[in-house]
Design a protein around this ligand. Structure first.
Ligand SMILES: NC(=O)c1ccc[n+]([C@@H]2O[C@H](COP(=O)([O-])OP(=O)(O)OC[C@H]3O[C@@H](n4cnc5c(N)ncnc54)[C@H](O)[C@@H]3O)[C@@H](O)[C@H]2O)c1
Length: 251
């Protein structure tokens, strides 16, 4: 495919490497920062030649860029996070123009496999009261939020599958944990890109489901696979629609 990269920062460069590895052609690297990439805005030529755009920019740019894709009839994968307020307007633009558009806060295929395994583990231990569950996450010491979004999504999957857990406890506990609370613990150290563990524990044994991110390349691979998937489709999709479609084809 011929791909337009929009936002040539850390993720844009990861996407470029995956595109090259998978034999795609790059028609342009757009970045609003002067001197970064090929151009500050997509040229008519880039828009005409591209089969899809992959965007990892910053939130302020998403709505304007979506209008450009819509006008050019160009489908797009947008990994940029933090533009929830603009989503209804972007959705309307996409639906009116008939382009395909996939977005979501986590394009990592491995993380989605982890979510599915966590949900299944929770469902399997549901009938067995002896088994308790805990979620742990470790990230580098520059991360500003806790728990991570990935840990919260995994926690939602546990709550959905394990009827004796009703709520998440993320704070430090100066008391016994209530049986209906799922403890989600966060630790910060060094440069860890992100490790998430579901620990299932009983008096007899314990089981761990662990997702260990090595780099940002997992997000880039997911975005490129989503661009391959959106070709020929119309409409506004969440990355979960893309993953669910892939999972259903794999089984
Ligand atoms: N969905 C996911 O799986 C996933 C994974 C990682 C990062 N992200 C998100 O992707 C975004 C980018 O992350 P990053 O680490 O590459 O950031 P970054 O700061 O390294 O790169 C962003 C680049 O986008 C450029 N940019 C800003 N506005 C633009 C516009 N209107 N048009 C074109 N370029 C523009 C900036 O100049 C910068 O070079 C963030 O929102 C981040 O949260 C999402």
């Amino acid at each position: 495919m011929k791909i337009l990269i929009v936002g040539y920062g850390r993720m844009g460069r990861e996407v470029e490497q995956v595109l090259v590895r998978r034999g795609h052609e790059i028609v342009g690297r757009v970045d609003e920062k002067p001197g970064v990439g090929d151009a500050p805005r997509p040229s008519p030529e880039m828009l005409k030649n591209a089969d899809a755009a992959i965007e990892f920019s910053l939130p302020e740019g998403v709505e304007g860029n979506a209008a450009v894709y819509a006008a050019a009839g160009l489908s797009a994968v947008v990994g940029t996070t933090g533009w929830k307020d603009a989503e209804p307007r972007v959705r309307a633009l996409v639906e009116k123009s008939g382009i395909g558009f996939v977005t979501g806060s986590n394009f990592s295929i491995g993380a989605h496999i982890f979510f599915a395994l966590v949900g299944e583990a929770a469902r399997l231990i549901d009938p067995f009261e002896d088994y308790d569950a805990l979620l742990m996450e470790i990230h580098h010491n520059q991360k500003k939020d806790s728990p991570s979004g990935t840990a919260l999504t995994a926690a939602e999957r546990v709550l959905a599958g394990l009827s004796r857990k009703k709520r998440i406890a993320t704070e430090r506990l100066d008391r016994r944990i209530a049986p209906d609370e799922l403890h989600v613990v966060s630790a910060r150290v060094g440069t860890v890109p992100g490790t998430h563990t579901l620990l299932v524990d009983s008096a007899a044994d314990s089981i761990e489901v662990v997702h260990t991110a090595r780099s940002r390349s997992g997000f880039a691979l997911g975005a490129v696979l989503a661009a391959e998937w959106i070709a020929g489709k119309k409409g506004f999709y969440d990355v979960r629609d893309f993953i669910a479609d892939k999972f259903s084809k794999g089984s």
